[in-house]
Design a protein around this ligand. Sequence first.
Ligand code: GLA
Length: 437
Amino acid sequence: MNVARKSGTRKEIRETPSKMFYNILFLLLVSYRATQALENGLARTPPMGWMHWERYRCITDCKNYPNECISENLFKRTTDLLVSEGYAAAGYEYVIIDDCWLEKSRDNVTNKLVEDRYRFPSGLNHLADYIHNSGLKFGLYQDYGTHTCAGYPGVINHMALDAQTFAEWDVDYVKLDGCYADTATMDAGYPEFGRLLNKTGRPMIYSCSWPVYQEYEGKIPDYEALKQHCNLWRNYDDIDDSFESVAKIMDYFSKNQDRIQPHGGPGHWNDPDMLILGNYGLSYDQSKLQMAVWAILAAPLIMSNDLATVRPEIKAILQNRDVIAVNQDPLGIQGRRILIQKNIEVWARPIMPRNAAGDYSYAVAFVSRRTDGAPYPISFNLKEIGLRSQRGYDVFNLYDKTEQLGLYKSLDSFYTRIIPNGVNFYKFTVLGSPNRY
Ligand code: GLA
């Protein structure tokens, strides 16, 4: 959500007395139910998939941009490419329509949401079938407020009807944005929509944008409530197509990690926004960097790119099984930025396997924020970066599979050289675990 949109949101929340009365009534009506948890059993590991927003935004002109407009055609082509290019086999599963899929008004008889009839001529059930028949799952965007961020109808006065419509359309994943809404009602309203989704009986992952709108108003989100009611949630700004944007998100997540990191886990994830690999803004090494940090953060891996034009070396990063395994680690512990030295950041995440003493293995990303030329040499004592097992660790380079770096004990110092705006990403497998003695 950009600043303009934010002020748009603010404009919407100036309340008239009758609106205030409605809000209070609404809060009373839903708050007694808000203690009921989502408990849909979904997203035990961070969801993986594809969503159109970062790459395609709100292109609706299919006459001039037939291959780029938000249309049935785009999602069918992407579904095909997810399968034929190997992304589906690597775990990318959800095909998610973001904003700009609706007609500007609801059906005037039934009040139901209506997909844009020109751009989705066969209807959403047809598209859902197409996606399901390819072995993938179907996601859809909506907004908690009166309008979506791009100005299409939102759910606020039609929550039960819309939840039911999503179930009828065979939706598997719902992203509920928070433009043009009163943030004061979100603590009750978002759980209510989750409850209505659950009530349909159809399992749907529930992605909430509730915390980011609260953060914008200087309010600390209630993470315990988020964990109870949402499978994932957007914490911060929209990602744009630049390294600057990736870095800004990384900075937000690390500076606020004490209050954010503990809340990620199986069934409930912090979401730093989409992967932008394969677009215009990131170099090859910056692409490795985003993928590594998103793996450490246990972030949903939702790509937004044109799968037809992703270069082979970028595709190899997106499909790197070892990096994906870090992201999808079953313990689901979100990693942290452990330290910064000379503008080199060390990010680490405890992962499987564990050994008999209970020590974890770790994924460790050495991230350079330097821009001064040559690869920068640096060494760290393992203990200093949190790797304390007495047994030691086998070290493996996750991006260069041929590089097995050998055995390191916790007092050993680990030396590496990182190129500007690059990453070296390693797995430290603890000794004494079932497959490492
Ligand atoms: C907000 C969200 C984005 C995207 C757009 C669509 O800005 O944060 O991810 O969904 O709305 O309008």
